[in-house]
Ligand binder design. Structure first.
Ligand code: PLP
Length: 369
């Protein structure tokens, strides 16, 4: 967590924190902190404060977008095959349409258009993530939104920007979509807090009913401490973004170069005929032939390198990544995948340590056969 977020969190844990929906002084103070946070987040994103709906995180924001729009306007939702399960599952739950991506992990605007043409007037919402959380590959969200709206001007577009926030300028993306999800723990805020940004006038039916908070769009007592801390992190991440992106991209590029030069039989996911699709600056994703990522993660952890294979889920079960399968990888390839993420504080020494740990772990696993 960023220091600015910790400080705000500590302040509100110690403070006399009332319920932001109440009327006494402590409640009014909580309400003021909440509205300050809403205003600050809106200026980072480039939206109106009234367009911010605070949620318990990215999963709830995605569910609110998919369920809230389809419940309000009818029709079926559609999304790309590489979405996080927080989008994919509510889309499937509503009998929605899954659109295939190319082997480079990118949803082409033409593929989105074809899906609209095959289901005329049926698709009410299209969800395309800003960047994939496993591969880091960026999606051409603004081009896709323009393409599908040229065919259906009333189509509602959602982007899951959970993985991209803090690393990508979201202002131009926000200008072209109707809804955008973010999550605090991805940019140095606390876990369990996020937001759905909803363009004024977008039809949305609440999925969590109760006290009518967030202008009847999401009920429940606000997590004021978490929200204020998340927004402190958002402001800092945005202020540092350009410098962090340049510094971390150079570290990531060195990591990729060293891994691919020093280890045999490894590929960088999404690279087709030497062409690298645009990718978030802090993520690297590989497939190692003849290595099982479960064993690799275990050996890496022993060297204090905490990595991931597919995205984290509650069961901790190792399933082949649906993202890699959608890109046409075999199950064997998918089982040898590894995602390495850098943070805004990562250093050259971290990269050296990760490369050394990886060389050692892959050699040991291949020796064992
Ligand atoms: N969407 C993406 C792209 C993610 O990477 C994640 C979490 O990793 C989520 C949604 C879910 O967000 P949260 O963990 O805040 O529920």
């Amino acid at each position: 967590m960023r220091a600015a977020a910790r400080q705000v969190l500590r302040h509100w844990i110690e403070a006399e924190l009332g319920n932001s929906s109440g009327v006494h002084r402590a409640a009014r103070q909580a309400k003021a902190a909440l509205e300050d946070a809403r205003y600050s987040l809106a200026s980072v994103v480039g939206c109106d404060p009234g367009e911010v709906v605070f949620t318990s995180g990215g999963t709830e924001a995605d569910n609110l977008a998919i369920g809230g729009v389809t419940d309000a306007v009818g029709g079926r939702p559609a999304c790309s095959a590489i979405e996080h399960h927080a989008v994919l599952d509510p889309v499937l739950h509503r009998g929605g349409i899954i659109i295939e991506v190319g082997p480079d992990g990118v949803l082409a605007p033409d593929a989105a258009l074809a899906a609209i043409d095959e289901n005329p007037a049926e698709i009410s919402l299209l969800s395309v993530m800003t960047a994939n959380n496993e591969t880091g590959i960026l999606q051409p969200v603004t081009d896709i939104a323009a393409a599908v709206r040229s065919r259906r001007h009333d189509l509602i577009v959602h982007t899951d920007a959970v993985q991209a926030f803090g690393w990508v300028d979201l202002v131009p993306i926000w200008e072209t979509v109707d809804l955008m999800s973010i999550s605090g723990h991805k940019f140095g805020g606390p876990q369990g807090v996020g937001a759905l940004i909803v363009k004024a006038g977008t039809p949305l039916r609440a999925q969590v009913l109760g006290g009518g908070q967030e202008r009847e769009r999401r009920s429940g007592t606000h997590n004021v401490a978490g929200i204020a801390a998340m927004v402190a992190a958002a402001e800092e991440a945005e202020a540092d973004r350009e410098v962090s992106v340049a510094r971390v991209r150079a570290l990531r590029d060195r990591l990729v170069a060293e891994v691919t030069h020093k280890i045999d039989d490894v590929s960088v996911t999404g690279v087709i005929d030497g062409h690298h699709p645009p990718r978030l600056p802090h993520l690297a994703h590989f497939c190692f032939r003849g290595v099982e990522s479960e064993a690799l993660l275990f050996l890496l952890e022993r060297k204090d390198v905490y990595a991931a294979a597919a995205s984290s889920c509650a069961s901790g079960a190792m399933e082949p990544s649906h993202v890699l399968m959608a890109m046409g990888h075999s199950r064997t390839d998918a089982f040898g995948s590894l995602r390495l993420s850098l943070g805004h504080q990562s250093t050259d020494a971290d990269v050296d340590a990760a490369v050394a740990a990886l060389i050692d772990a892959v050699a040991r696993l291949r020796e064992r056969g």
